[in-house]
Design a protein around this ligand. Structure first.
Ligand code: FES
Length: 145
């Protein structure tokens, strides 16, 4: 008594079904990878350059819409005006020598370090490039936001 030989037709169907499953799995993987990459993809914003086209005296503060520009004897620094608490626009209070938020009175040092208030983080700072003419005289400042 010998066992019945496998039907060639059913063997071919199993082979084709297995090939079809692999093809389907490969297609789904190929389609899902770009979608997963897109879902986790964050576009790094392009840097924005703001030019302040005037020479500021050492110790002075220049206020722009997005930053405060502090000029010292050796250079300049820019501090964001976006409060780290809820995003109100902060102001420099010259009489106190601090940056203060008008919304909930968070206070920051001129370097942007948090001093008091509900804000928990320091203000952001931005790189500043001092612009000079051919003679080396300061003509302005370029802040990279
Ligand atoms: S938004 Fe600035 S302290 Fe609340």
């Amino acid at each position: 008594m010998s066992s019945p030989a496998p039907q060639p037709d059913s063997s071919r169907r199993r082979f084709l079904a297995r090939q079809l499953r692999w093809l389907l799995a490969g297609t789904l993987t190929a389609l899902s990878l770009p979608l997963l990459r897109f879902a986790g993809f964050t576009v790094k914003p392009k840097p924005r350059y703001v030019t302040v086209s005037k020479k500021l005296l050492p110790g002075s503060v220049h206020t722009e819409h997005d930053f405060l520009l502090f000029v010292a004897g050796t250079g300049a620094r820019a501090v964001s005006r976006h409060c780290t608490h809820l995003g109100c626009r902060v102001n420099f209070r010259k009489e106190l020598g601090i940056i203060e938020c008008p919304c909930h009175q968070s206070q920051f040092s001129p370097e942007g370090a948090r001093l008091a208030g509900p804000a928990q983080k320091n203000l952001a700072t931005f790189p500043v490039r001092v612009l000079k003419d051919d003679q080396g005289t300061t003509t302005g400042y370029e802040v990279t936001l």
